[in-house]
Design a binder for this molecule. Structure first.
Ligand code: SAM
Length: 281
């Protein structure tokens, strides 16, 4: 058996499957979980790969640590989406964090991840039981949550599905404005923004929407196992944070596998094709 995610233009990313663990339809999406031949468990939402167990850090590390290390001392962090728990797990590795909030729309994704995927090191169960002193889980829509908060967060991380269905509004100019307002005077925002070559139009639209809102916007890409790599990330800054500089001392405590803080500048080696598109905008 095999699972293939088909991207635009007939490009596919596939895995050999040894067994299907489950398939459930939640209120928001179809959730599938497989055992793969070589990468551990595979989580799929509405036919799109969310992560493979042996390789998820190639996504969660570049999503979380560059922005956390560029902020001088993040205390309050917001994660939108991220139901598998990997993003919050990485956020809590930063000792400066006093409180992290995760707002996930689909309770079923959290339950499936907690019971079967288990990349979260017990975190999701502690959140359900309200036993995690530095973090809380809110089951709700990130769009609505963002509207209700002003000057509160140091870092906002959007770990959402792609810009369709419940995640579509997470890439709109209005949402970015609300996120800007929700950040403290000095704050930093990051979102995953899709495959560089296969979702180029969506990426450029999100980039332009962010440029109309944030004081400075950065693009970087990273090779992510399981996605149509390279995968893109967009960073928006409020106030005087320079995302090209990170705190290398704090980075040493993290023992990372994929994102290399000592080579932070390599994040910005943009393929010529993409650089020219971004410069045109
Ligand atoms: N790493 C993944 C990727 O890029 O393919 C994303 C992983 S995470 C499981 C994505 C989560 O975002 C899903 O569980 C989905 O339910 C959640 N999500 C989508 N739209 C949302 C919204 N408006 N508010 C909160 N969570 C949302």
């Amino acid at each position: 058996m095999e699972f293939i995610e088909w991207y635009p233009r007939g490009y596919g990313v596939g895995f050999k499957i040894t067994s299907k663990i489950l398939e459930v339809q939640s209120e928001y999406q179809k959730i599938e979980l497989y055992e793969t031949e070589g990468f551990g468990k595979l989580l799929v939402l509405d036919g799109t790969v969310q992560l493979v167990e042996d390789g998820e850090k190639s996504y969660h590390e570049p999503l979380v640590h560059p922005v956390m290390l560029a902020h001088p001392g993040p205390r309050r962090v917001l994660v939108i989406g991220g139901g598998d728990g990997g993003t919050l797990r990485e956020v809590l590795r930063h000792k400066s964090v006093e409180h992290a909030t995760m707002v996930e729309i689909d309770k079923k994704v959290v339950e499936v991840s907690m019971e079967h995927l288990k990349i979260d090191e017990g975190l999701l169960e502690r959140l359900f039981r309200k036993e995690e002193p530095r973090a809380e889980l809110i089951i709700g829509d990130g769009v609505e949550y963002m509207k209700a908060h002003k000057e509160h967060f140091d870092v906002i991380i959007v770990d959402s599905t792609d810009p369709v269905g419940p995640a579509k509004l997470l890439f709109s100019e209005e949402f970015y404005r609300n996120a800007y307002e929700a950040l403290n005077k000095k704050g930093i925002y990051i979102t995953q923004s899709g495959s560089v070559y296969l979702f180029t139009d969506e990426l450029l639209e999100a980039y332009n929407n962010m440029k109309r809102v944030f004081d400075k916007v950065y693009y970087f890409s990273f090779p992510v196992i399981g996605y149509a790599s390279p995968w893109s990330f967009l960073v928006g800054v409020k106030g005087d944070i320079d995302f090209t500089k990170i705190d290398i001392e704090r980075a040493k405590e993290l023992e990372l596998e994929y994102y290399d803080p000592e080579r932070h500048e390599t994040l910005f080696q943009i393929p010529k094709y993409v650089r020219e598109l971004l410069e045109k905008e």
